[in-house]
Design a protein around this ligand. Structure first.
Ligand SMILES: Cc1cc2nc3c(=O)[nH]c(=O)nc-3n(C[C@H](O)[C@H](O)[C@H](O)COP(=O)(O)OP(=O)(O)OC[C@H]3O[C@@H](n4cnc5c(N)ncnc54)[C@H](O)[C@@H]3O)c2cc1C
Length: 459
């Protein structure tokens, strides 16, 4: 059967587009390159989405205004955003929450702990995997066809429209000619060669926190044909994660929250940045780049017994030793150097009576470079614990430029039957930096817009 609308990708943005288009009366086919068990891309790793609201809404307490949300975005992007699209995403997020519930998503109150997001971020019951599964169930009820292990390899741009789509499935290339196409196939972070072209050889040592299937195949194909892009190839969301995480799909459990209570050294056992600059959620995203700039793109976190219970444990237990020298040996670090780095740090620590683990407490080192400006307590109490750190890329920002209708264009004007949603166009709004929960907001808002527009075009 020929479909009106073909949606490329099988994550949140794709599903939002597909369901919206089907509800508007279009026949819809989803082409998902992953096998069924791995469907749902990065979306299946998520936990929450950031939502504007004028009063209590679902699991969200108090209110979170458009202006406050925008101010939060401006802070993290340093103004590198499209203001109109940002406001559209923010404003539309409020109606998304009930829409998501109508389409099978259940929410739960946010967890207390290092992140206090009860006002701003709505948490999915069962995480992103449950959200994705719920959407696939709803999609089935709406009669949407889904083809797994179907990798789109080419969209033929002829003048101002997409003439056909090529995809591989079952060892063969197939060609289809839908009336409308929505691209929701994510960023290119899983293509290590592309990442290396953008970042240099260091990128070979990066870990990819999410799906191995977001390789930017459709993005590259469209950019090669002159479809307008947005964002820089070397901009991405990257954090420091447990160095023992797998190359792909480690997900949220490989996150490490211990940095503020630690010292972090490179492979030469030297400190390189203020571990206590700010509370961890605010500094979380800069450590990916800091570690990327170190030799071999690795870092090592050292804490002592008194800090072990101050942060959320990660999936892998830390290395443990009775002495700093033994810990250094276990971590492959030069023991003498680590000893003297720890001694220098300890000697620079002063009065700790004001120590407060969840607030900027001003308990700082003096006369040390780099300084540690908060939570600076000497590392003296055995056992000592260590974690290795690597750069974990969440998603890349180079993407397809869209307008407020999620429509793609060339320099000659809009492409009549091509829309984009989710990670693949997020660079339109996220020029740099990241706001927790905003990826799912962008995908939900623009997925729904793209689905609506694609269905309208097809009819
Ligand atoms: C560990 C982790 C935790 C995160 N937590 C959060 C969070 O709590 N809140 C939040 O807002 N964001 C979070 N994010 C970011 C979030 O995952 C993304 O912003 C969001 O999921 C993007 O949705 P998407 O539909 O655009 O992409 P994806 O969900 O990645 O979907 C892309 C889809 O395209 C498919 N695909 C790729 N290439 C092709 C091709 N050539 N042909 C056919 N199909 C193709 C893939 O298989 C995949 O199904 C997290 C990311 C990670 C990695």
């Amino acid at each position: 059967m020929a479909h009106d609308v073909v949606v490329i990708g099988g994550g949140n943005a794709a599903l939002c587009a597909a369901m919206t288009a089907a509800e508007a009366g279009a026949s819809v086919l989803i082409l998902e390159t992953a096998p069924k068990a791995y469907r749902g891309g990065n979306s299946r790793h998520t936990r929450n989405f950031r939502c504007m609201h004028k009063g209590p809404l679902g699991p969200l307490v108090d209110d979170y205004s458009e202006d406050e949300y925008l101010a939060d975005l401006m802070k993290v992007t340093a103004g590198k955003t499209d203001g109109d699209l940002a406001r559209l995403a923010i404003r539309s997020s409020e109606e998304c929450l009930p829409w998501m519930q109508d389409h099978g998503v259940h929410f739960q109150p946010s967890l207390s702990g290092t992140l206090s997001l009860a006002r701003t971020n709505a948490f999915f019951m069962g995480g992103g995997k449950s959200l994705v599964n719920a959407y696939y169930r709803t999609a089935a009820k709406l009669g949407i066809d889904v083809l797994y292990e179907a990798q789109v390899t080419h969209l033929e741009l002829a003048g101002d429209q997409i003439a056909w789509i090529d995809y591989s499935h079952g060892g063969e290339i197939h060609r289809i000619t839908p009336k409308a196409v929505v691209v929701a196939s994510g960023g290119f972070q899983a293509d290590t060669e592309w990442l290396t072209r953008a970042w240099g050889p260091a990128a070979k040592n990066f870990l990819i926190r999410g799906t191995p299937y977001n390789r930017g195949v459709v993005l590259a194909d469209l950019l090669d044909q002159g479809v307008q892009s947005v964002g820089d190839a070397d901009q991405c969301h990257a954090v420091a994660i447990d160095g023992r995480a797998p190359k792909f799909d480690g997900g949220i459990v490989t996150r490490l929250d211990c940095v503020p209570f630690s010292i972090v050294v490179n492979k030469n056992a030297e400190r390189f940045y203020d571990e206590g600059e700010d509370v961890w959620p605010k500094r979380y995203a800069i450590w990916g780049r800091l570690v990327a700039a170190q030799p071999d793109q690795v870092g090592y976190v050292i804490i002592d017994a008194k800090s072990l219970n101050l942060f959320m444990p990660s999936v892998f237990p830390p290395l443990k030793a009775d002495t700093i020298e033994d810990l250094a040996r276990q971590m492959g670090l030069p023991a003498d150097r680590l000893r003297s780095t720890v001694d220098d740090f300890n000697a620079a620590c002063g009065d700790q009576t004001g120590f407060h683990p969840t607030e900027l407490d001003g308990v700082a080192t003096s006369g040390l470079t780099p300084a540690k400006t908060n939570w600076a307590r000497p590392i003296t109490e055995p056992p000592f614990y260590g974690y290795s750190l690597r750069t974990g890329v969440t998603f890349t920002y180079l993407g397809l430029k869209v307008d407020e209708n999620a429509q793609c264009s060339t320099q000659d004007g809009p492409i009549k039957n091509l829309w984009a949603a989710g990670e693949t166009m997020a660079g339109s709004i996220l020029g740099q930096g990241y706001l927790a929960g905003f990826g799912m907001t962008i995908g939900t808002v623009f997925g729904r817009i793209a689905g609506r527009e694609a269905a309208a075009h097809a009819s």
